[in-house]
Design a protein around this ligand. Structure first.
Ligand code: ZN
Ligand code: ZN
Length: 422
């Protein structure tokens, strides 16, 4: 390995195999500290820290608060612009930037740019958290390991660079996570009920560990578990478990199809507290222009996917030889062959070989035998019995030829008779 490294000094570390001597160079230590080392430290500290009821309740409240910062702020507002919280709505943007910062998942600018790349290059090498590299990679390892800059897909983020809240949060990101990730939850618990240590460990560190893992599930679980009602060409899936874990981000197949829709769940009974929050902010006048795809467009996608599934099932079944592939036979030849002992019946211009079916015919041997060498279209279609759809399908599987002209053609009969006379 060392030889290879020397041979290719310009080879990026991600292009070299992980070995005992270079593994630490593969690790992104800033990310790893924030999503692994500090949270693990919090888990250890929890063994030595009593959990008070008030702190537990505050941790849950702050969990949802900071999770919304990610789902309603980072994701639906900044990454997808699915609604507006413009100049007059500044307080909401500041609130979401601080709350999302408290979730310790990178700055809005970094997060949204990665997420736009994920939507643009889903499941390809340029997808920063492609599930094609494994669910564990999509969940976590893409941040723990350094990424190859060659795979970086460029995304348009000029709108983010023009947003002063985004720029402020990006520039002061260290202070933002320190304060909103740890100090703020600690101060509330400390000043509120004297639990400074519990505030830091439970409402601070363990709470952001849970928010991080919940968000990461959108990249792993939502690309791995569930249904694909809108499109199955890529990996995103819909599942209620993912929705429950991620504040409503679990209807991910819908989301990848309609990314600028402010909703993830389109049915009223589906769990999407992020959507409910955005809707409430609209009623309060702090959010506006909530984007929604027309129900007609959404249904078109659903019907097309249903059709695709039906077509796939249909293709696996035996529907009989297609008419275009059957030999064309003259009426007289059909009659002659039937007279020579072949159990041929003509129905709707198609010759059927019923020899293997005579004994099994539910209407009895007599009826079916009486149709041999004849045009039994009327008999089959209600003249004697209005056959079922299943009977039509079964009949199709007995096709052996198509009659020229569709049946016994009067004018050819005259022609043939005259030929016979001559
Ligand atoms: Zn996705
Ligand atoms: Zn998205």
């Amino acid at each position: 390995m060392a030889t290879k490294e020397r041979k290719n000094p310009k080879l990026h570390i991600t292009e070299q195999p992980i070995t005992l001597s270079n593994w630490h160079q593969h690790v992104n230590w800033v990310n790893t500290s924030l999503i692994l080392i500090v949270p693990l430290g919090g888990c250890v500290a929890a063994f030595y820290t009593k959990l008070q009821a008030a702190t537990a309740a505050w941790a849950v409240v702050y969990y949802f608060w900071t999770a919304l910062g990610i789902t309603a702020g980072y994701h639906r507002l900044w990454a997808h612009r699915s609604y507006e919280a413009n100049c007059r709505r500044l307080p909401l943007r500041i609130f979401l930037a601080c709350a999302g910062g408290g979730a310790v998942q990178g700055s809005i600018r970094w997060w949204s740019s990665k997420h736009r790349a994920h939507h643009r290059w889903t499941d390809t090498a340029k997808d920063p958290y492609s599930v094609m590299k494994g669910a564990w990679y999509a969940h976590f390892m893409w941040m723990v390991l350094k990424q190859n800059p060659k795979n970086k897909g460029r995304t348009e983020i000029s709108d983010l660079n023009e947003d002063p809240v985004v720029v402020w949060q990006h520039r002061n990101y260290g202070s933002v996570i320190l304060f909103f990730g740890m100090l703020f939850p600690m101060i509330i618990a400390g000043l509120g009920w004297g639990d400074w240590k519990g505030g830091l460990v439970y409402a601070g560190i363990l709470r952001f560990l849970f928010v991080q893992q919940a968000t990461f599930c959108v990249n792993s679980l939502a690309h791995w578990l569930g249904e694909q009602p809108f499109d199955d060409r890529n990996s995103p899936r819909d599942h209620v478990i993912t929705a429950l874990v991620t504040c409503g981000e679990g209807y991910h197949n819908f989301h990848h199809e309609f990314p600028s829709d402010y909703r993830n769940a389109i049915e009223w009974w589906q769990y999407d507290p992020t959507k409910w929050s955005i809707w409430t902010w609209k009623q309060l006048g702090v959010a506006s222009n909530l984007k929604q795809f027309r129900a007609n467009e959404i249904e078109k996608g659903r019907v097309q996917q249903l059709q695709k599934k039906v077509d796939q099932k249909r293709a696996k079944l035996d529907w009989g030889t297609p008419l275009g592939q059957l030999p064309v036979v003259d009426w007289d030849d059909f009659v002659a062959e039937a007279q020579n002992g072949k159990a041929l019946v003509a129905i709707a211009g198609v010759v059927h070989d019923v020899s293997g079916f005579i004994k099994e015919h539910p209407g009895g041997k007599m009826l079916i035998s009486s149709a041999i060498g004849k045009d039994a279209t009327a008999m089959f279609n209600g003249g004697v019995y209005m056959h079922t759809n299943a009977a039509h399908n079964l009949l199709s599987s007995m096709r052996v030829g198509v009659i020229r002209g569709g049946g016994e053609v009067e004018i050819w009969r005259h022609h043939n008779t005259q030929k016979g006379k001559a």
